[in-house]
Design a protein around this ligand. Structure first.
Ligand code: ZN
Ligand code: ZN
Length: 407
């Protein structure tokens, strides 16, 4: 039985870029390690969820890990909360929140409270552990201006709208129930928002911020509510002891949810400045004791959202160097897969429903005619046009770990 290393380059897939003469960033990049692996491995063009479906990073990861997002996903709240270190219980309803700044009319001055970066622990502790309408409030700080809100108790529903209007100058929204059973939850969230404004108005952290000419974090705005549905672990489902490396809270939440051990790597930031080589080295080291190691690199997605095609090419070239490092350390006991969770075309500035390139490399694996790793070339590959939900089956088969179906 072989071990598996899965590298997901977040948002790597793209579309033709005018300034590159119609080439995609992958086609325009100088990337001999990607191409060597494509030439000596087997490739395909993968729909992370289904043809044309525009995936979120969360739903795409669930699909790629073999969990049907239509069954286990109601919102990103629970995964953000788990990623932020909250231990959820079945029936918990979780939201992602922003610390924000509002004026006296409850109009948004800044959705990120001046990108507040410190003191959020003290702010959340004023509300953490309190009770509203019979529900326990769990409130934990996330990175920067983000926080996770969990409502714990009986009879809660996730079918409520957002308090966050998502726009400066707009008023904080009343949270509305989407169905009769969600009325009480909506009331609890509205009371939470009101209480957060009341308690934060005179908070010492904000007094200090105002002295320093910084915007106060005078309200907390929940959105993206979802109910926590426990998932079978990777070990139970596939018999794989798994570890994961990612600097992104949401992805960490998904990995933790399926029982992967999160590895912290110094220099792994989830940003453009992330130390890719340190991540790769940590992944190779983890393979000594794990059957499956997952690694996410967020940088290409960031370039896609910001419309930075040139920067995306540079990121691809850094990824290529990293793959060179991985290649040098690969042994005959490891299957390597490289793909993306979705396309984030720079000319779209958001996730699109275009399929993503997929490459699998390892000992004894068939090859194909593909010698370049890009969206166009891999379409002729031997893996054809699978969906994300097929990936784990393909990897288990090639690793000699698949159970026979039938006699
Ligand atoms: Zn993503
Ligand atoms: Zn994205």
């Amino acid at each position: 039985m072989k071990r598996i290393l899965l590298i997901v380059c977040d948002g790597l897939g793209d579309r033709p870029v005018d300034s590159f003469g119609g080439k995609t960033p992958l086609q325009a990049a100088n990337k001999h390690n990607f191409d060597w692996l494509a030439e000596n491995g087997i490739c395909g063009l993968m729909d992370p969820i289904a043809p044309g479906v525009r995936p979120g990073s969360d739903t795409a990861h669930l699909a790629i890990f073999g969990y049907d997002p239509h069954e286990c996903y109601t919102g990103r709240g629970p995964f953000e909360a788990i990623g932020a270190g909250v231990k959820l219980e079945p029936g918990d309803v979780a939201f992602r929140c922003n610390f924000a700044t509002v004026d006296a009319d409850m109009k948004i001055i800044d959705r990120r409270a001046g990108r507040i970066a410190s003191g959020t622990e003290e702010i959340t502790s004023t509300l953490d552990g309190t009770e509203i309408g019979g529900a326990e409030i769990v409130l934990k700080p996330g990175t920067a201006h983000r926080a996770a809100l969990v409502l714990r108790g009986k009879g809660l529903s996730w079918k409520v709208s957002d308090a966050d209007p998502h726009e400066t100058g707009k008023k904080v929204l009343d949270v509305l129930p989407y169905e009769e059973d969600a009325k009480r939850t909506a009331e609890i969230v509205n009371e939470f928002v009101r209480l957060s404004h009341e308690k934060l108005a005179d908070h010492p952290i904000n007094a200090t911020r105002e002295k320093e000419d910084k915007l106060p974090a005078n309200i907390i705005l929940p959105r993206g509510g979802g109910i926590w549905v426990p998932l079978r672990s990777f070990e139970e489902k596939y018999g794989l002891k798994a570890a994961a490396i990612s600097g992104v809270t949401l992805v960490r939440g998904i990995c933790t949810s399926v029982g992967m051990e999160m590895l912290d790597v110094e220099g792994a930031t989830g940003g453009l400045d992330t130390d890719m080589m340190a991540k790769a080295d940590a992944a190779m080291k983890a393979l000594e004791s794990k059957d499956f190691v997952y690694m996410n690199i967020k940088a290409p997605d960031i370039c896609g959202h910001d419309g930075l095609a040139e920067e995306k090419v540079k990121v691809i070239q850094r990824l290529d160097e990293m793959l060179g490092g991985v290649k040098r350390q690969l042994d005959d006991e490891t299957i390597l897969a490289v793909t993306a969770d979705h396309s984030t075309p720079t000319e779209v500035g958001d996730h699109s429903g275009d399929p993503v390139p997929l490459m699998i490399f390892g000992p004894g694996i068939r090859t194909d005619q593909v010698a370049q790793f890009d969206e166009i070339s891999v379409a002729r590959g031997g893996l054809g046009h699978p969906r994300g939900s097929d990936l784990m089956n393909m990897l288990l088969n090639l690793a000699g770990r698949a159970e026979r179906f039938g006699a």
